[in-house]
Design a protein around this ligand. Structure first.
Ligand code: ATP
Ligand code: MG
Length: 561
């Protein structure tokens, strides 16, 4: 694969290099902190490549990247997601070694930090309702108004907080707030909530807690506890950084991590929010989180995207401070580029029409010999059984050939890949004028040889032997949405679903394809890249192939549709 990655460091890598040179840290420790409330998507892959990538690049100083499940919200999290996230990170080629953590294991520490803040007079129990709190928080031009709870003394706050923890209050009756600055121009600093009451069962801690920390409070503490040096997050947290730093300054933490923000990945024709992906899954618009049309890592894997291509794409997109949207065609280009080099070639016919080779007995060929890759002879050749009837693509025949059409037509010549040159001697049509059969003759002596004098044969086409070829289900996937920005669609993203995003065909495949293992990836000659479906493909009995990507970008041809 061509490597267009620029050797220049991005701004985050530059900061880290400078910090290391200045001796601020002996090494660098990053983390990837997913909330286990859904499957990972390609946006997460960008963050994974950044965080784990930095650790790999500094292996000589034992740099590390932690995998930390940010499982502080008991309501939406499930073990199924934890397992899928681990699988996806590994599939991308990264390894957290022994550094696997769960934020829920730090609940006691978060609680101790809250008590510390109360004792320092920097936190108080709030008994106003959520609406009252919102109303008294002010806005950009008006400072907030202190609530009665703000002046409660330390003893009272300690008692109330202990009672919150003991389950004496209902959800919403009170919260713990930081006492920071109600006049701050940064709304995040106007006495943010630290703890809320949730009478919910947690997948790890069970019913041990009924108070749960807010993300903004827990996250810096998690980072500090794990001695993270650089805490990399997406741009929407930029305004939260002063709060992140305030918690690090004011809580008894063992280290001082630094938060740095970068632009998240957005792709055209794609939605990336877990909430919306969940809606597609639960609404039955797709066949699960690993549907090959989704941008989830498990969907990309099932679609046949090689992890190397995904990682290469993430590198190419790069790390910046500016939000933008990347053309999904760029990702498809990387997939095509990688598969062009790595995928062996096979023959399949997606829209078959039968060709009868009427003089086959003149020079019958037991098997055609075909190269497995046109440029890579290391991949060797294979023998494909051949006989007097073959399937070819309907589009490789034209009754009245256009200019520049070099394939089969009445009295024209074409080569059956690895076999003879044939000449079309006739054809049959049904009542609807659909071609039902093509008649042809082989030209003896043309296997492995150039065209004889006076014969124009400019193309070789794929074919499948009728006697030994098999039927396979082939799933042609296209983009899930018809518009570039489904999030911005007036009727919502569900109103712009592409009705043609999945077409199922019964194709003819060469015999070797029937027995391949699920996940086997190849190019169907002249058609596209395909992968044996990881769930439904049954080797030997029920072959099922997914189209990973077409050979060319058909959306460019169609002018984006
Ligand atoms: P979503 O918004 O899709 O629901 P999230 O940010 O809530 O995602 P988390 O599980 O919190 O999901 O994300 C884990 C990490 O992945 C975070 O550090 C987050 O910043 C990063 N991340 C999530 N989406 C993207 C994206 N599109 N581009 C880059 N990084 C992302
Ligand atoms: Mg999140």
């Amino acid at each position: 694969m061509s490597d267009s990655t620029h050797p220049k460091l991005d701004f985050i890598r530059e900061i880290i290099a400078d910090d290391l040179t200045a001796g601020k840290y002996a090494t660098t420790i990053t983390r990837f902190p997913p909330e286990p409330n859904g499957y990972l998507h390609i946006g997460h892959a960008k963050s994974i490549c950044l965080n784990f990538g930095i650790a790999q690049e500094h292996a000589e100083i034992a740099a590390k990247c932690h995998l930390r499940f940010d499982d502080t919200n008991p309501e939406k999290e499930e073990i199924e997601y934890v397992e899928s996230i681990k699988t996806d990170v590994r599939w991308l080629g990264f390894n957290w070694g022994d550094d696997l953590y769960f934020a829920s294991n730090y609940f006691a520490f978060f609680h101790d930090c809250a008590v510390h803040l109360i004792k320092e007079g920097k936190a108080y129990v709030e008994t106003q309702s959520a609406e009252e709190m919102r109303a008294s928080r002010g806005n950009l031009t008006t400072p907030g108004i202190p609530s009665p709870g703000r002046s409660r003394n330390v003893e009272e706050n300690l008692t109330l907080f202990a009672r919150m923890k003991a389950g004496e209050f209902k959800e919403g009756e009170c919260v713990l707030r930081a006492r920071i600055d109600l006049a701050s121009s940064n709304m995040n600093m106007r006495d943010p909530v630290l703890y809320r009451i949730m009478h919910a069962h947690h997948h790890n801690t069970g019913d041990a807690w009924c108070i749960y920390p807010m993300y903004d409070f827990a996250h810096p503490l998690e980072d500090a506890l794990e001695h993270i040096t650089h805490s990399l997050c997406t741009l929407e947290f930029e305004n939260h950084r002063p709060l992140y730093d305030w918690f690090i300054e004011n809580c008894p933490v063992p280290s001082k991590p630094r938060q740095i923000e970068f632009a998240r990945l957005n792709l055209t024709y794609t939605i990336m929010s877990k909430r919306k992906l969940l809606e597609l899954v639960q609404g039955g618009h797709v066949a699960g989180w690993n549907d090959p049309r989704l941008p989830t890592i498990s969907g990309l894997r099932r679609r046949g995207y090689p992890p190397e291509a995904v990682v290469h794409f993430c590198k190419r997109v790069g790390i910046t401070k500016f939000n933008g949207t990347t053309d999904v065609a760029l990702l498809e280009f990387d997939v095509r580029d990688f598969l062009n080099h790595s995928a062996p070639r096979r023959m399949a016919v997606l829209d078959p029409v039968k060709v009868v080779l009427e003089n086959w007995s003149a020079e019958p060929l037991a098997a055609a010999e075909v190269a497995n890759h046109p440029q890579n002879s290391d991949m060797g050749n294979r023998q494909i059984p051949m006989s007097a009837e073959v399937w070819i693509e309907r589009e490789d025949f034209m009754e009245v050939p256009e200019k520049k059409f070099f394939r089969l037509g009445p009295d024209r010549y074409v080569r059956l890949k690895g076999g003879h040159i044939i000449r079309c001697t006739g054809f049959e049509k049904d009542a609807e004028s659909t071609i039902t059969l093509i008649r042809a003759e082989i030209l003896p002596g043309t296997v492995g040889a150039d065209s004889p004098e006076g014969i124009v044969c400019k193309a070789a086409i794929q074919w499948v032997d009728c006697a030994t070829g098999l039927d396979a289900e082939v799933r042609i996937y296209d983009r899930l949405f018809t518009v570039e920005d489904p999030d911005g669609a007036e009727g919502g993203f569900l109103s712009v679903l592409n009705p043609d995003s999945l077409k199922k065909l019964t194709a003819k495949i060469e015999p070797s394809l029937a027995s391949v293992e699920p996940g086997f990836s190849c190019q169907f000659d002249r058609t596209g890249y395909f992968v044996a479906d990881s769930i439904d493909h049954q080797p030997g009995t029920e072959p099922v192939f997914n189209r990973t990507v077409a050979l060319k970008d058909s959306w460019v041809k169609k002018g984006g549709r």
